[in-house]
Design a protein around this ligand. Sequence first.
Ligand code: PEP
Ligand code: MG
Length: 576
Amino acid sequence: MRLIKGKPVSHGYAIGNVYIYKSFSCDTFESYFEKDQECGRIEQYEKAVELANEELDEMISLLQDNNDDKYKIFVAHQEILHDEEIDEQIRNLILTNHAMPDYAVDKTFSFFAVILSKAKDPLIAARAADLRDVRNRLIRVLHGEKEKNLSILANDVIVVAHDLLPSDTATLDRTRVLGIVTEVGGETSHSAIIARGYKIPAVLGVPEATAIFSDGEKCIVDAIEGTVYMRPNDTTIQTFTEKHAQYLKELQEVEKYLTTEPKLASGERISLGINVASAEASDEYKYCDFVGLLRTEFLYMQSDTLPSEDVQYKSYLSVIRNAKGKPITLRTLDIGGDKTLKYLELPHEDNPFLGKRALRLCLDNPGIFNTQLRAALRASAEGEIWLMFPMVGTIDDIRNARKAVEHAKAELYNEGIPYDENIKIGIMIEIPAIAQICDLAVKEVDFASVGTNDLTQYTHAVDRMNSSITDYYQSFSPAMFRLLENIISTFNKAGKPISICGEMGGDPLAMLVLVGLGLRKTSMSGSNIAKMKHMLSCFSLQETKEIASKVINMATQQEILEFLNEVLIRAKSKTD
Ligand code: PEP
Ligand code: MG
């Protein structure tokens, strides 16, 4: 047995078998073989087709056994694999041009994918993604690599990876993943946010985890203490089985608050929102007042091409249906930083978090931006949507984004397509420069929401992905609370809605202070709603004000955290 420490970012326990996940890079190079090797190379290609076909067969029967309709996708992949035109072109390249099999596969599939992606009919264009999938499968088999995929898992597993990209987590099979361990990442990296959203226990920042662990071996993830147990003995397994059961029992106790109204002990109502990153229906919508953050990146990440206006429109309509009349804060595309799109080539940047990210990228790619704005505006005719821009740094950013909205509105107007003319326009406050001039920004917008994940990163100059410097990433620092105090009071004075949608917004400890500073609206992962309602019910407004006035004068994060934890323990002992 061996213990390895990391950062617990999504609470809970998991006991299971390790699944090492390494995403496969399907790079091929233009390469040719010597004459007289034709037979061997063709055999190599045929063998790869056979193996790929077997993999697909296995996947199909697994999905059919689970009554999962996704099996049809893989039936379609088999058809592509055996497509005569594609096969003939690959064979030709190998036999006539002496192209290496992987290069011949790449060249042929790219040729057909480009033709398909240009098709006007979105259904046909979407087939390009299937072509790319089959291409990747064939090339992987030709390179002798085993299949690694998080979207279809045969057994319950604990995923161990260097990092999970948002594109991996977007399609992850949540029913099978018991726990997550990664080598990099911290509290607010996107894999942590997704893990919390899915309620999967996760410990991040475990150095060399993929080298230390082996596929299939037993492991325990203690995502309370931040410890991962490798090959645990029977006594440890027994101990953690009991701890897990106790944890689930306590969780159930707090879950009772899920259906209650979010009110302070003195009766003041706090508006609670949820952060959403998919169009799927969920019970969480029932227990909140609004959607405080719709991370629209999911649409772009689940796809192999830029999602069309119609695809986006339909997806936003699904969220409107889920929310049943509750307002939805739709954040425009936030790509860049750690979030990339495999089909959108972005120039290399030495500091991507300080680069052409989010709104900057959208303003620089008006076509992409306009498609999303049109889809969001069209959806606004069907339900209440508030439009919100990420990574706003200057007043110019706000004005330029507004211009883009006006442009999209004018287009729709000329085409006779309905939209909400009075759609609310807001910003995320996550760059200190805009926080500093929030008295000016407030005049330009209808509302704002604070992205405390990035605001902490940029205020403290600490990369939120870098697990070696997490001690410097201080969301509870005096600097953060002073910045937040200014933002909250400025928006309150102007009578415009202000909320938090970063991770602090779902942290009961932080909210204890923020409510005292005047915050009345916050948004969080749905998994935090119950404990937030519980915490609010334990404190009066006067108590939160007293707590806030003490915290705002403290000098260090440690002092603040110790004080808040003590306050919480005292409150808990009163209610027990
Ligand atoms: C934030 O920065 O706090 C935020 C909510 O945005 P994201 O985590 O998606 O960058
Ligand atoms: Mg952000």
